[in-house]
Design a protein around this ligand. Structure first.
Ligand SMILES: [Zn+2]
Length: 368
């Protein structure tokens, strides 16, 4: 059942018993981008499938792995675009979703909410891919992954915020939001449970997107925008007030505003935290200065996530391990955080109940 994909190095000072315990703990992950979850070997397979290996920097897997290692933001974007451009057919999406399922099994991730940006594939990039192609591929991969690995996936469709502001005056164009909304509504029968807003926050505030989020929420989707990553508290306030956020992607820079922290705690709005991503993208210079333990002590509901794991040379098990080695988290606290992710997920009620029961059974038997 294990995937043969490359495993990132765990922190060298991690107790091996704790590493095994983290691996065995049933986990849920709420913040991970499908396009950013692809391993180099899958990318190579896609390139071969389409006769486009020449578009990669190398056809050697070891070389590709080195190319994947995070350097800086422009390099990250270059890899992201290369990946996106090689996702051209329903079968491509089925392949990457199935590979994602194998990775879930290897890490004992029982449930994942994957963010997908349909507008990029169907509108921005001229690949001849339709929404029906995309939904068909996602669904085929999801069904195969459930059958082969017993894992559950749901989708969050997100608006790419930066392409929504056009021209020298950066005027708001509602097109990407309206198209993404239509796609998300059509996707509800295929496991779409959330509506997101992704991309670079600077110059792309949440407020103009309120129209689409209102409609998404009325249709029963969760509002899960990215906010408080590249911008500070004002972006999180906007996500709460204008987008009625049910959870915040990142949100860690709420740390800079005590009034905002109080609101997030009192309204029980969970944050989807991505430690390694925050360091790679320079939200914080060092892990030791990350506000995770402070936000946790403040009583906010936190979840642990990996964002774009192969591109940040991490995975979910490693993110939990970092809490232990950097901040001294022990088993009881790690299990509490893991349970949060099941609890605040957008899983349908019967599934959520089943996943929580499974987690609680493990916790009762496990050595907490
Ligand atoms: Zn993200």
């Amino acid at each position: 059942m294990a995937s043969n994909s490359f495993q990132p190095a765990l922190p060298p000072n991690l107790d091996p018993d704790l590493a095994a315990w983290i691996q065995a703990m049933p986990k849920a992950e709420l913040h991970i981008h499908l396009e950013g979850s692809i391993q180099p070997e899958t990318l190579l397979e896609l390139a071969r499938r389409h006769g486009r290996v020449h578009e990669l920097p190398s056809d050697d897997l070891a070389e590709l792995r080195r190319w994947f290692v995070f350097r800086d933001f422009p390099h990250f974007v270059e890899i992201y675009l290369t990946i996106s451009n090689l996702l051209r057919t329903p079968e491509d999406f089925a392949l990457i979703v199935h590979a994602c399922g194998a990775d879930m099994a290897a890490q004992n991730i029982r449930y994942r909410e994957l963010t997908v940006t349909p507008f990029t594939h169907t509108d921005l990039q001229q690949k001849g891919l339709t929404l029906d192609d995309l939904l068909e591929g996602l669904e085929a991969g999801r069904v195969q992954a459930r059958r082969d690995f017993g894992v559950e996936m749901r989708w969050i469709f997100d608006i790419p915020r930066n392409v929504s502001f056009q021209g020298p005056e950066q005027r708001y164009d509602p097109g990407p939001a309206e198209r993404t909304l239509a796609y998300a509504l059509a996707g509800r029968d295929y496991g779409v449970i959330g509506f997101g807003l992704g991309g670079y926050e600077v110059g792309a505030p949440p407020e103009p997107f309120a129209h689409a989020f209102r409609a998404a929420k009325e249709a029963g989707l969760l509002s899960v925008p990215h906010a408080g990553e590249t911008l500070g508290p004002e972006s999180v306030w906007g996500a709460l007030d204008a987008l009625q956020a049910d959870r915040i992607g990142h949100g860690v820079r709420a740390m800079e505003d005590p009034a905002l922290l109080t609101v997030l705690r009192d309204r029980a709005i969970p944050l989807e935290v991505n430690l390694t991503s925050n360091i790679c993208l320079h939200v914080y210079p060092r892990l030791a200065g990350h506000p995770f333990p402070h936000l946790d002590r403040m009583g906010l509901i936190l979840t642990v996530n990996s964002d774009d794991p192969p591109l940040f040379n991490t995975d979910l098990c490693r993110e939990y391990a970092l809490l232990a080695t950097e901040f001294g988290y022990g088993r009881a606290d790690l299990a509490r955080l893991a349970r949060n992710a099941f609890q605040v997920s957008g899983a349908p009620p019967a599934l959520k109940e089943r996943l929580l029961a499974e987690f609680d059974r493990w916790a009762q038997q496990g050595e907490l």
